[in-house]
Ligand binder design. Structure first.
Ligand code: KIV
Ligand code: ZN
Length: 540
């Protein structure tokens, strides 16, 4: 058995299915490019049967990221399909343009899923597995099969289903702990049992796919690897259905840091991890908890005096990984008012951002404006600026001006001026319970896209009174736009995340809200259906 662990990233499928993680096709493409730079072996680009938009996003990723023009090794591009002809055909339509396409089909094997969800007998599940894996193989030489809810399936029955899948041509067998139920020792034993008992298993790669409902996703994935699995299904920041999936960064860094325990390697360029984490967090509007392993803001912070003392004497007293290994740059003053365009370009390249001239122009303007207000500009400040300026959804409405009045006397009031998709300026004023509420009400009066604000988070990028504030918001449209879960088939309301950064947190809040609204307008198709009938228009 080789000791190379294939990293199968499902941020764009299982991750994107989680509430609030909706991304536009342009964002999905950028995430896929970032995953390819990170060195993932397989990108699960989506669930093409979910909607025409999902299919189109997978096709674009297959075409562009699945066929790199710079001669780099292309990742496998995978599309998910339920075990039905229609889904498999759509998955193939999505991935066939990639240099290395894969179809991933699944069918539940636990008693509870077969009886209540599928309403199928075990015999019917065996037959459908054989038939659908063979159907997928008729299109694609690389076929992955998952017995859904394997963690709660009868092992003997699981062996039979997997043997059928192998005979029908499956090349990867993925073992999901769909509901995050198993304990590491049980999951490890399940993988060993499969390797020992399934005829023909040697010709396949065994994979693990663990959910985090009991906080054990990473532990279970590692137990599976120790038992012989050679593919791990993961997401950036561990996003995914309910409590999420195994986090890519956790498995990769555990294998790396504890090499003498696992004796396994991956193809991941670990220095790209922090960048990928930030990108996914900004695009999904799902902020990373500060104490999250590897990528949380506090993962390499040492507050306690005793720790700081130890760290000064020898870094290894409290640090098992170097922050640089995962691309976390120690905060330091890098640039100031007099730094030039070239220095900025170089610094961004060092941080992993390859900017073209137009992007650099935009960023340089923001950098200069910030340098007028803030003395020393750190790497974290630059990353916040690049996220705010360049990694935004297509902008239909942009913030052109903002004025707020608030305090302890009178009602908070905001006046907001937006540039609309027709390039005209629109102005509205509103009262609110606080300055942010007033700003959001004024924006609502212009954009007129009813929604509920589900989440609002403010966070300072660096220390100090002049720090940049980052705001992430999540909204849900009231027009019923829904997304379908591949597994349950249930349609849930779609929610949209937005990100904004500025030294003024009210401005950052307005930008984050507009980013989420812009995303919602694209997804609901309203962006094309402007202009806005009933808003006031300024004369300027
Ligand atoms: O959790 C799960 O069972 C899945 C399958 C589709 C692999 O996501
Ligand atoms: Zn899953």
């Amino acid at each position: 058995m080789d000791n190379y662990i294939r990293i199968f990233d499902t941020t764009l499928r299982d991750g994107e299915q989680s509430p609030g993680a909706t991304m536009t096709s342009a964002e999905k493409l950028e995430v896929a490019r970032t995953l390819a730079r990170l060195g993932v072996d397989i990108i699960e680009a989506g669930f093409p049967a979910a909607s025409p938009d999902d299919l189109e996003a997978v096709r674009r990723i297959a075409l562009e990221v699945g066929n790199p023009s710079d001669g780099s090794r292309p990742p496998v591009i995978c599309g998910l399909a339920r075990a039905s002809r229609g889904d498999i055909e759509k998955a193939w339509e999505g991935v066939n343009l990639a240099a290395h396409p894969r179809i991933h089909t699944f069918l539940a094997t636990s008693e509870i899923h077969m009886k209540y969800k599928l309403k199928m007998t075990p015999q019917q599940v065996l037959e459908r597995t054989r038939e659908m894996v063979a159907y997928a193989r008729s299109f694609c030489a690389d076929v992955e099969f998952s017995p859904e809810d394997a963690g709660r399936s009868e092992p003997e029955f699981l062996y039979q289903v997997l043997a059928e899948a192998i005979q029908a041509g499956a090349t990867t067998l993925n073992i999901p702990d769909t509901v995050g139920y198993t304990m590491p020792a049980e999951f490890g034993a399940l993988i060993s049992g499969i390797i020992q008992n399934v005829p023909g298993i040697d010709s396949c790669i065994v994979s693990v796919h663990c959910h985090n409902d009991l906080g054990l996703a990473t532990a279970n994935a590692l137990a599976g690897i120790q038992a012989g699995a050679r593919q791990a299904e993961v997401t950036i920041n561990g996003i995914g259905e309910r409590a999420g999936n195994t986090a890519l960064e956790e498995v990769v860094m555990a294998l790396y840091t504890r090499q003498p325990v696992y004796h396994c390697t991956t193809g991941i360029d670990t220095t790209q991890i922090a960048h990928a984490s930030k990108l996914v967090s900004n695009y999904t509007g799902m902020s990373v908890q500060p104490n999250k392993a590897i990528v949380g803001a506090n993962a390499f912070a040492h507050e306690a005096g005793i720790h700081q003392d130890g760290m000064l004497k020898n870094q290894q007293t409290y640090e098992i990984m170097l922050p640089e290994m995962v691309g976390v740059k120690q905060t330091r003053l890098v640039m100031g008012k007099h730094s030039g365009r070239h220095a900025l370009k170089q610094r961004m390249a060092d941080l992993g951002y390859m900017l073209d001239e137009a992007e650099l122009d935009k960023l340089f303007q923001r950098f200069k404006a910030l340098a007028d207000r803030k003395k020393g500009i750190t790497d974290s400040d630059l990353e916040a600026l690049v996220s705010d300026e360049l990694y935004q959804p297509k902008e239909f409405f942009t913030l052109d001006g903002l004025q707020v009045a608030c305090g302890t006397i009178g009602m908070p009031t905001a006046t907001v001026r937006l540039r609309g998709p027709d390039q005209k300026l629109y102005v509205q004023a509103a009262l609110g319970s606080g300055p942010v509420d007033a700003v959001y009400k004024a924006i609502d009066a212009i954009v007129q896209s009813p929604n509920n604000l589900l989440e609002f988070v403010v966070h300072a990028v660096t220390e100090g009174i002049d720090a940049i504030g980052e705001v992430t918001v999540r909204i849900e449209g009231e027009d019923g736009k829904r997304t379908m879960s591949a597994q349950s088939g249930i349609e849930q309301p779609r929610s949209f995340g937005g990100y904004g950064a500025d030294t003024d947190i009210i401005v950052a809040s307005a930008k984050a809200y507009l980013a989420a609204l812009n995303k919602m307008l694209v997804a609901t198709g309203r962006a094309e259906a402007t202009p806005l009938a009933s808003v006031e228009m300024s004369t300027r």
